[in-house]
Design a protein around this ligand. Structure first.
Ligand SMILES: [Zn+2]
Ligand SMILES: [Zn+2]
Length: 256
């Protein structure tokens, strides 16, 4: 099985390499529609007009776009962060998760368009500039190994690798792992059993983060629960700070 994993990883890497060779021969294409553009990681004019970049006002902590600044309370926090602050210090995203963002993310995530990681990572550089400059290490949000086997690659790890290349920061693609709790279930209530059966995020044995500023990378941030769980695990292992950078961010409908 280990050998199989290696083979699959080699295949994904070979495909990315091949695509890179092709990219040097062909003009770069728009991130969303393949119209020729000047440089990698750009939108064509038509797509740029409809791209919904996350901009102020947004929550100072979780980065949720806010319809008006009046919603931000003390310290610029959204009502959720004010009531129950997440474990991560700050989360930022390039785009709102809308139809244009879906055109970028769905093929990348589910249709083997792994070469798109390069352009998407470039898009993440601007909203993540400060975080990237401060980060000691980049770590992707993990996929459960069964899902990884089905999909053959972790899209968050591809983004983290590209961002590491662009920023010169180190990346540990398998620093976090996702698995089921293994505590014995006897004598637990239904609720406790359910809690034990939900996926747990933990550090790979040997991955040291004591005192480090960790930048967590993912494709989409929805409610922030997963990012929060990853940050909790990293902080429990001694990380000094955890930030989150994603391609897109689902706007909180409660704020719209
Ligand atoms: Zn376009
Ligand atoms: Zn918030």
């Amino acid at each position: 099985m280990f050998a199989h994993r290696l083979e699959v990883e080699n295949l994904v890497q070979m495909k990315t390499l091949l695509r890179r060779v092709l990219d040097t021969l062909l003009p770069p294409g728009c991130l969303a529609c393949d119209t020729p553009v000047d440089d990698d990681g750009q939108f064509c004019l038509g797509c740029f007009r409809v791209a919904n970049f996350v901009s102020a006002p947004m929550c100072a902590q979780c980065g949720a776009p806010l319809p008006h600044g009046g919603l931000a309370g003390e310290g610029g926090l959204c009502p959720h962060c004010a009531a129950r602050p997440p474990a991560f210090t700050q989360a930022r995203a390039a785009l709102r998760y809308d139809e244009t963002a879906k055109k970028l993310i769905l093929p990348f995530k589910y249709a083997d368009r792994t070469e798109m990681a390069r352009g998407l990572a470039r898009l993440m550089r601007r909203p993540g500039a400060r975080m990237l400059a401060a980060a000691d290490v980049l770590v992707p949000v993990p996929l459960h190994r069964l899902r990884l086997r089905a999909r053959r690659y972790n899209q968050a790890a591809l983004l983290a690798r590209e961002l590491a290349r662009l920023s010169g920061r180190p990346c540990v693609p398998d620093g976090l792992i996702r698995q089921k709790h293994t505590a014995p279930l006897e004598g637990l209530s239904v609720a406790q059993r359910q809690a034990e059966l939900t996926e747990a995020i933990m550090l790979r044995p040997g991955f040291e983060v004591a005192g480090l500023c960790v930048l967590l990378i993912d494709d989409v941030m929805t409610s922030g629960t997963t990012a929060d769980a990853c940050a909790t695990a990293l902080l429990a292992a001694g990380a000094g700070r955890v930030d989150v950078l994603t391609v897109a961010r689902v706007a909180d409908l409660r704020f719209e």
